[in-house]
Design a protein around this ligand. Structure first.
Ligand code: R5P
Length: 288
């Protein structure tokens, strides 16, 4: 993996993909088009207990400067394309929001650019990726190509479309591709000659579903996840992130990882109950 690269790029990629060839990326960049998102209202708070269990963060340049300490000690993939909000008719009218030089100034491990293949602004987004690959090459800065769908393409999270979009991203020079997991995922891996990470997507119903997604993606050839809402919108983010980490880095099966998550949830519930101030506690305190 990453054989034909310069030292600088390899070094940066090693902050994202660990020595076992796997990657746990925590995606917290949603605010770049969603604004304040449930679970990520206060990014610094939300990631505090999760950082020990992730290899890198994927986030927007403003949140790095405002919510992350410079010595936080993890890899960092900076969102470099954007320009839309969920209030727009669609979110594919993107441009480059962060030049490679600025990303290097922020000490990024990589930059992320979305392509919306087949959307109204498809060509523009493909050129965003192409331009960024050329710009980033000056600095040996890796590029993560994201196969995004937006509103018009929301039904395209299927193997034929995602294989096509992922292959395009690789052909244009993305060092890693981020796409969605779907039925037949192994075909996407087979047709994409660079490592793939999968997004989590909107919150799934159960922890078992989240762990199964991670497990299946890894079994079918993904190198890891770039997951957000299924971690930080969960009731027990620090527990599920440890389960995800165990599937990816420790080869846990779903059942083992689920047992780990459930025991961590139980411990956390106990801790919360110990610190819970009940109406009775308040009534009792009035006695003194
Ligand atoms: C796209 O790149 C998005 O901004 C997110 O980074 C991505 O969708 C991963 O987050 P989630 O697991 O919440 O889908």
């Amino acid at each position: 993996m990453f054989e034909n690269m310069g030292w600088g790029k390899k070094s940066r990629l090693s902050q994202i993909v660990k020595s076992d060839g796997r990657a746990v990326m925590l995606a917290i960049d949603h605010g770049y088009f969603m604004g304040s998102t449930h679970g990520m209202e206060r990014p610094a708070e939300a990631i505090k207990n999760l950082l020990p269990y992730v290899d890198s963060l994927m986030l927007s340049p403003g949140i790095v400067r405002n919510s992350v300490k410079p010595d936080f000690g993890k890899g960092m993939v900076l969102r470099a394309s954007g320009g839309n909000t969920i209030l727009d008719p669609d979110i594919d009218d993107e441009e480059i929001i962060l030049p490679a030089e600025e990303a290097v100034k922020l000490n990024a491990s990589a930059v992320a650019v979305s392509i919306f293949v087949g959307s109204e602004h498809s060509h523009q987004t493909i050129m965003n990726l192409t331009d960024m690959v050329n710009d980033a090459s000056q600095f040996d800065l890796p590029v993560l190509g994201v196969t995004a769908v937006g509103k018009a393409l929301k039904d395209k999270k299927e193997v034929r479309y995602l294989s096509h979009a992922s292959r395009l991203a690789a052909e244009l020079g993305a060092d890693i591709v981020k796409t969605y997991y779907c039925e037949g995922f192994e075909e996407i891996v087979a047709k994409t000659p660079v490592p793939i990470v999968v997004a989590g997507g909107p919150k799934l119903d159960t922890y078992e579903d989240v762990l199964t997604l991670c497990y299946n993606a890894i079994q079918m050839g993904a190198i890891g996840v770039d997951m957000g809402r299924n971690i930080w919108q969960s009731d027990y983010p620090a527990a599920i992130v440890q389960g995800v980490n165990a599937v990816i880095h420790k080869n846990f099966k779903v059942k083992e990882a689920l047992e780990l998550v459930e025991s961590l949830c139980n411990e956390e519930t106990k801790r919360r109950e110990d610190f819970l101030v009940t109406a009775q506690d308040i009534a009792d305190s009035k006695v003194h």
